[in-house]
Ligand binder design. Structure first.
Ligand SMILES: [Fe+2]
Ligand SMILES: [Fe+2]
Length: 194
């Protein structure tokens, strides 16, 4: 707008209010866009040593959602309860346990003892691994639809907590010390056909 248009708009109350409303909308849209971009940047920013774990999380998250009640967006979500149970038990033994093992024997020992808050988070995460194992046992015992649902929520929140909070904290505290275990952690879900 040139100065003449500015004067016209500022002296016309209806135009002034239109400009104010639309300017606010435009600013909101651009802030949302910036937030989405920064969220994308945050999820993409991962130290190369732990990228394989994040890769596993991506696959495991789909399974966690697929075993929840009334989740029909994936092939697993629409399959029978007994197929879900078979699949979950197979994935637990062949993928979840090796993944937990990478975290508990390689990553967490390197990260422990450097930051009090991080130590608490890691202890919580290890406890959650046990809770996930217990949820698998309950599925095998009975009341399968309900117990699959419990497992789905538990696993989903566990993965999100690792991705959003714990791994970010580990990267912040350890930085390039993560290079010490580079190459020792690999993605266990590469063969997973979910
Ligand atoms: Fe974990
Ligand atoms: Fe994990």
């Amino acid at each position: 707008m040139n100065w003449l248009t500015n004067v016209f708009v500022l002296t016309n109350p209806r135009l002034k209010s239109w400009v104010n409303n639309n300017l606010t909308n435009m600013l909101t849209v651009s802030t949302d866009f910036a937030n989405k971009k920064s969220l994308k940047r945050n999820t993409m920013k991962r130290h190369k040593t732990i990228i394989p774990l994040s890769h596993d999380h991506h696959v495991m998250l789909k399974m966690a959602q697929g075993v929840k009640k009334n989740f029909i967006k994936t092939e697993l979500g629409t399959s029978t309860i007994s197929n879900k149970v078979k699949h979950v038990i197979h994935v637990y033994n062949t993928e979840l346990l090796p993944h937990f093992n990478h975290e508990e024997t390689l990553l967490f020992p390197l990260a422990m003892g450097k930051d009090a808050e991080l130590d608490i988070l890691i202890n919580e995460i290890v406890e959650e691994h046990d809770q996930i194992g217990e949820a698998i046992s309950k599925i095998e015992e009975g009341n399968q639809e309900q117990n699959l649902d419990v497992l789905g929520f538990l696993l989903e929140s566990h993965i999100r907590k690792e991705e959003r909070i714990v791994f970010s904290k580990i990267e912040e505290i350890l930085g390039d010390d993560l290079n010490i275990i580079e190459g020792q952690i690999y993605a266990v879900t590469d063969s997973c056909g979910i």
